[in-house]
Design a protein around this ligand. Sequence first.
Ligand SMILES: O=C([O-])CC(=O)C(=O)O
Ligand SMILES: [Mg+2]
Length: 223
Amino acid sequence: MASSRPLSRFWEWGRNIVCVGRNYAEHAKEMGSALPTEPLFFLKPSSAYVREGSPIFRPYYCRNLHHEVELGVVIGKRAQAVSQEAAMEHVAGYALCLDMTARDTQEECKKKGLPWTLAKGFGSSCPVSDFVPKEKIPDPHKLQIWLKVNGKLRQEGDTSSMIFSIPYLISYISQVFPLEEGDLILTGSPKGVGSVEANDEIEAGIKDVLSMRFKVAQQTRGS
Ligand SMILES: O=C([O-])CC(=O)C(=O)O
Ligand SMILES: [Mg+2]
């Protein structure tokens, strides 16, 4: 049944979005967080996907919406408790993603010891690029990812700086729950996260591979 669905449109299937946090030392430092000894991860609902042409909404309860640019890994084949050695066989390709974050809400959640769903899982919190088949990216740990706001460079990171590699992440997560075809793993943000306002334009890219643009809009309560 899997083969009838084109992986190039994985975001239309309603699959899991698994986000890894604190996977770049300099970003953990700018957030005042300790370096993880094992991956930290959380989920976004699949209704968080947004594609170019639709805006990113700042939630009505958020005063400080942050951008985080991240490499996404698209799973091509179910992975249950896979080893690091076998993990890359389960990858279909990649996408560039934004882990949009209501930073003020996240700070509140951290203080109260509450889950991050309001901060990380709102509708349009996962802008995603076109799918890039893995054959086009020989080494996903040698990519430069970048993000500009209104033409000004805010984030530039190299995926070689990830604390936990992609095979490690797949192996680790797949021990907790099975990863399925079409699932997306956001591999964490490099440093330089910052605020965006309504009407700002975010442009982000993987150097020499692709770029994407999104407008920010304000959500009003009840819409
Ligand atoms: O909110 C955070 O800083 C954790 C996170 O998503 C990341 O490191 O990418
Ligand atoms: Mg993130």
